[in-house]
Every structure is written in structure tokens, then in C-alpha cells.
Design a protein around this ligand. Structure first.
Ligand code: GTP
Ligand code: SPV
Ligand code: MN
Length: 602
């Protein structure tokens, strides 16, 4: 399968719905002069357009249709083997000064980078069709909603953007009626999908993104990490709101009491799973609903609470490990109208991956396009294989997902993938301490980005790869938001991934995470008990509901153990991060670090 499809020639009435906005037209013409495509395809998001593009994508081998009876409306795409994840080392923040990007980002001079990109893009779309995709991030009537235009030479990007965003004429209309006329300019070209000519560049001051040389997910669906997080976070600081790498879920008690919770876990650390969780039997009558699984835009409401919307329209979720046992709502969602990327295909046009329910097929085509059998040493699906599916397929979708003002957030949860040190859950003392807890988050690296798998690294608020400006300024922004909230969310930290001496997970996770969430909700309602420790509040055994779960008291002790030697190491790791950030660290966080060290007696 190849991404590099030649130009297509649509029939009259398709692809010719040019918008009237002169700024957009001028910009597109400018990119046309540079990249010299054979033709321009203006996307309007209509069903006719979609049907035509799907047909062309199949004809040109960009996607393969899957078994219509088993997976109606679903397709498989294989990316190149050198192009399967985000590339953080080639993701650049091009602000006028290096300090604006800060020590955690790859900074490049904007003028030099524009020039380099112009060289790379010269004639890049010759022989190809240029697609122009108008899209909205956020519920269309939300004051937070943002319009973007993505130019791309990838059919896969067009098909995916139709799932992940509100795409087409609706965005053109939104721009026409917008007060500030603001819109994001995104240019994407596959070039020759060469890792040595791969750059994902952000120009926050120009509200612009240019991505070249990749065809994969977070590198090329410019709405997602590029606009909603990197450019989004930059705008959010200027405009006084928050753009975060967070899921948003609703939790309703049997009595009908409802809370919303936002949670930041790093890539491939459980956001989609938590956002769609089904509580265990013992929690009969409790209901979890999804607002979003990856990104939250949050603003301060008139009542002094924090309100969140999901800017996206679909889920781009990790496939391996998804099963009716771990995430039934995700499984139900991906039975139709789904684009699978880099999973294995069975002989009857079904899909297969590691961790799916049932027996593996006797034969399949693996994610690279090679023959695969259960005896193969290679994985059938890539560890970062993904599904793209409209959120409307989710049986647990929250009724207020389109609410423009968002839903009120009672708790914010931070969490990393940590084999040791971090207890199952603890609560921060207050907003400032909670900001410190988020800022000091660390996690073992996953397959979502190219890099050293399993290595623990600091990933503040799960935003290390996604903060579009100086991380120190980002912390200051967080510190400023708290005091502006009359009723701030309580802040927690969780770790589903602590391991025992034998290397296996101590906590069963998935649906059982409801038990942790229940304690969090109890705390929000003011009736959950806790013990005060050096790191925050943790539930005492009597505060934590374990009924119906087989787990030993010893395992629970391990899960909640706060070990002095581990914490000495942890504080040293935090110190190292401070040292790298020294010029930019807000004094409040230094004070928090000193207090934490003092509580451990040093
Ligand atoms: P991104 O889309 O990359 O931002 O990831 P995400 O945070 O949405 O992660 P996701 O929910 O897709 O989970 C990633 C991996 O973690 C999958 O392989 C899951 O099976 C696994 N996982 C999720 N929740 C749990 C849990 O509670 N316990 C354990 N042990 N694994 C989990
Ligand atoms: C992540 O890596 O956090 C993702 C997947 O959500 S991607 O869109 O590829 O960034
Ligand atoms: Mn993510």
C-alpha cells in the first residue's frame, strides 16, 4: 500500500466547491505556485465527495476495503515502515526567539525554517492533487471553536480529517460568521516519505503549521497535536484558557449525581480506555460517559468553575490491547466506518492485532504487508497501530458533547506509566501543589513516538511533546488559572502501571479503575476519607471500595506504598528537570519542591 497516489480527476460537481474568502484563496494560490500540483480539490465534506474519495483511495491502493459484512464502511491503511509514529526530534517550534519556545522544545528560527521548507516544497505536488480541507475544532457553536484549513497531497489525510474534525462547508460558514476572522494555515506534503526529509513545524505567531515528509497520524492530521495542542496552548495562554492533552469523562451515580473529570496521561498511557470505561459489576448503576479521549480545551465559566470541551470529532486510538474485555465500548465503536492503520488483515478481510479477543487467525497479512502466522516472530499489528472512528459511534458518548460552553470539571487527574514509586492514587493538597504534581509527572516512553521505549522521562502534564511555547511560562499560566477559579477542580495523581517483584502489574486496571474514580468523586463531594502523607492525601483501606475484587491486602499495601528510597530518587529526578529549566521555573514550584524534600527529611 502506498500513500503516494497520483492526481485524481473528479467529475464536475465534486471537488470544485471553492470558498469565497479572499485570504484563503490567496494563501492557497501561493502554495499552488510553490508546490505546483496538477489540480486543486476543494473539500466540502459532502457524502458524494466522501464516496468518490473512498473509491479513488481504493483504486489507487491508499486504502483497502475490509469485509463489508463484518466491518461495514471500514478500511485498512498501511503506512511506510519508517513512518509509524510521531517524530519528536523533528517537531519544531519556530518562534521569533529561542526563549519563547523554551528548553523543552526544538526551537528553530522562523525565517530560516520557512526558507528551508520552501526549498523542500518546491514542485512537491507535481503529478498529485492538492486537497484543501476546511475544518472546525470544537463544537461549532462554542466560543472556543477554531477554524483551520489544511492543504495536503494525501488522500488518507483527507479521509481521516473527515472523521477527526468537523470538516467541509460547515467550517467555511463558521469562518464567514466569525468575529475575529482568525483561521489556522496548515500545509502538509508527503514529499517522498523520507525520514531524513521529515519536519513538523509550528509558527505560533503566524497561526501556521507546515508538515513534510510523513503520512502518519499526529504528524499529519494537523488539527490534532499541531493545532489543538501546540498552537492551541500558545493561543490559550494569550487568551486565558487551557489547551490540554486530556480525556474528559462524565461519571453518574445511581442517584443521578453527575461529575465531569479531565485526565492527562501521556501518549499510549490509558486516556481512551479511561474515557470509555465500563464499571465492574459491583458498581451497578454507575455510568461513565465520554466527552473526549485525547484533548481538552478548558475555560473559566461565569460561575468560577472550569469548563471543558473536546475539540475533536473522532478518536485516533491505540489498537493493540483493545478487546471486549479491556474496552468493550471501543470495540463496539470500531465495528463500522473505521479507518484502521497498520493492523493485520485476515484472509476474509477482517482485522487482527495483539490482544484482540479470540484465537489468532492461522494466516494474516501483517502491518508491513507480509505473510503472518501465529508462529511468526514479528508482530501482526504495529504497537502504535491506530483506529480512526467518529465519536458518534461510541455507545457511551455523553449527551453534552456538543455543548458549546463545555461541561464543568470537578477533578483533574494526572497520571504516568511508572513501574515503581507512584502509588495507585493520591490527591494534591491544593491547586498550587497540584500544579507541581502535574509539572513533575514522569512516564515510561511508549510506541506513540519514535524513541527509547520504556525509558522514564519527565512529561509535565503529558504535554512535553505538545506545549507550543516555553514550559516555564506554561507552568506560570497554570498557577494563574487556579486563583481565578472560585471553585477549582481538585487535583489527583494516578498510576495504573505499578509492578510487583515479579514484573507484573499490581493493579488490574481498565474497568476496575472505577474504584479509584469513585474515591476521587467521594473527595469532590466532601465525604471521602483520606490519610495525609508526605506526597498528598491517600485513601485509607476503609475509604477505598474493594468489594467484588480479588486482591490481597499485601498487594494493596504495595500499590499504596510510599518508599523513602524511591522518593529520594524521584526528588533527584525532579531536581534534574528543574536544573534544565532553571531560568524559567516559577518560584512557587521551587518552593513546592523544597517543601516536598523537607517532608522526606532532606
Ligand atoms: P494516545 O492516543 O497515544 O494519547 O493514548 P491513550 O492515552 O489514549 O492510551 P490508550 O487508552 O489507548 O491505552 C494505551 C495502552 O495502555 C493500551 O495498550 C491499553 O491496553 C493500555 N492500558 C490502558 N488502560 C490501562 C490500565 O488501566 N491498565 C493497564 N495495565 N494497561 C492499560
Ligand atoms: C498521541 O501520540 O498522544 C496520540 C496519537 O494521540 S498521535 O495523533 O499520533 O499523536
Ligand atoms: Mn494523545
Amino acid at each position: 500500500m502506498d500513500n503516494l497516489a497520483p492526481a485524481i480527476t473528479p467529475p464536475k460537481g465534486i471537488g470544485d466547491n471553492e470558498p469565497s474568502n479572499q485570504e484563503v484563496l490567496d494563501w492557497v494560490q501561493e502554495v499552488v505556485r510553490l508546490t505546483t500540483p496538477d489540480n486543486i480539490f476543494w473539500c466540502d465534506g459532502s457524502d458524494e465527495e466522501h464516496a468518490y474519495l473512498l473509491q479513488e483511495a481504493q483504486r489507487l491502493g491508499v486504502v483497502t476495503k475490509l469485509n463489508e459484512e463484518k466491518l461495514p464502511g471500514s478500511y485498512l491503511h498501511r503506512s511506510k515502515a519508517n513512518d509509524v509514529a510521531r517524530v519528536e526530534q523533528f517537531t519544531l517550534i519556530c518562534t521569533p526567539t529561542e526563549d519563547e519556545a523554551g528548553p523543552t522544545n526544538n526551537w528553530r528560527d522562523p525565517a530560516e525554517t520557512y526558507q528551508q521548507l520552501n526549498e523542500m516544497l518546491k514542485g512537491a505536488m507535481k503529478g498529485r492533487t492538492m486537497f484543501v480541507i476546511p475544518y472546525i475544532m470544537g463544537p461549532p457553536d462554542s466560543p472556543l471553536a477554531k477554524v483551520g484549513f489544511e492543504i495536503t497531497d494525501s488522500l488518507y489525510v483527507v479521509l481521516s480529517m473527515r472523521i477527526m474534525t468537523r470538516m467541509g462547508s460547515v467550517a467555511v460558514k463558521r469562518l464567514e460568521s466569525s468575529e475575529n476572522g482568525e483561521w489556522n494555515r496548515g500545509v502538509h506534503s508527503l514529499l517522498d516519505i523520507n525520514p531524513e526529509r521529515r519536519l513538523i513545524c509550528h509558527f505560533p505567531q503566524d497561526n501556521a503549521i507546515i508538515s513534510v515528509g510523513s503520512g502518519y497520524g499526529g504528524n499529519v492530521l494537523l488539527s490534532k497535536k499541531c493545532l489543538a495542542l501546540r498552537i492551541g496552548s500558545y493561543l490559550a495562554r494569550k487568551q486565558g484558557w487551557l489547551a490540554e492533552h486530556m480525556l474528559i469523562l462524565g461519571v453518574e451515580s445511581p442517584e443521578g449525581q453527575k461529575h465531569y473529570v479531565a485526565a492527562a496521561f501521556p501518549s499510549a498511557c490509558g486516556k481512551t480506555n479511561f474515557a470509555m470505561m465500563i464499571p465492574p459489576e459491583h458498581f451497578n448503576g454507575w455510568k461513565i460517559t465520554t466527552i473526549g479521549d485525547d484533548i481538552a480545551w478548558m475555560q473559566i465559566g461565569d460561575d468560577g468553575r472550569l469548563y471543558a470541551v473536546n475539540p475533536e470529532n473522532g478518536y485516533f486510538g491505540v489498537v493493540p490491547g483493545t478487546s471486549y474485555k479491556s474496552n468493550p465500548n471501543a470495540m463496539k465503536s470500531i465495528q463500522r466506518n473505521t479507518i484502521y492503520t497498520n493492523v493485520a488483515q485476515t484472509d476474509d478481510g477482517d482485522v487482527w492485532w495483539e490482544g484482540k479477543d479470540g484465537e489468532p487467525p492461522q494466516h494474516a497479512i501483517d502491518w508491513r504487508g507480509n505473510d503472518w502466522t501465529p508462529a511468526s516472530k514479528e508482530k501482526a499489528a504495529h504497537p502504535n497501530s491506530r483506529f480512526a472512528v467518529p465519536q458518534w459511534n461510541n455507545p457511551a458518548l455523553d449527551h453534552d458533547v456538543e455543548k458549546g460552553d463545555g461541561v464543568p470539571i470537578s477533578a483533574i487527574i494526572f497520571g504516568g506509566r511508572r513501574s515503581d514509586t507512584m502509588p495507585l492514587v493520591f490527591q494534591a493538597f491544593d491547586w498550587e501543589h497540584g500544579t507541581y504534581v502535574g509539572a513533575m509527572m514522569a512516564s515510561e516512553m511508549t510506541a506513540a513516538a519514535v524513541g527509547a521505549l520504556g525509558q522514564v522521562r519527565r512529561d509535565p502534564m503529558a504535554m512535553l511533546p505538545f506545549c507550543g511555547y516555553n514550559m516555564g511560562e506554561y507552568f506560570k499560566h497554570w498557577l494563574k488559572i487556579g486563583p481565578r477559579l472560585k471553585n477549582p477542580p481538585l487535583i489527583f495523581h494516578v498510576n495504573w502501571f505499578r509492578k510487583g517483584g515479579d514484573g507484573s502489574y499490581l493493579w488490574p486496571g481498565f474497568g476496575e479503575n472505577m474504584r479509584v474514580l469513585k474515591w476521587i468523586i467521594d473527595r469532590c463531594e466532601g465525604h471521602g476519607g483520606a490519610a495525609e502523607t508526605e506526597i498528598g492525601y491517600i485513601p485509607r483501606p476503609e475509604d477505598f471500595d474493594l468489594e467484588g475484587l480479588e486482591i490481597t491486602r499485601e498487594t494493596m499495601r504495595e500499590l499504596f506504598a510510599i518508599k523513602g528510597d524511591e522518593w529520594k530518587k524521584e526528588i533527584a529526578g525532579q531536581q534534574e528537570f528543574f536544573d534544565n529549566m532553571q531560568r524559567f521555573m516559577p518560584p512557587e514550584l521551587s518552593a513546592q519542591r523544597d517543601k516536598l524534600a523537607a517532608r522526606f527529611g532532606s
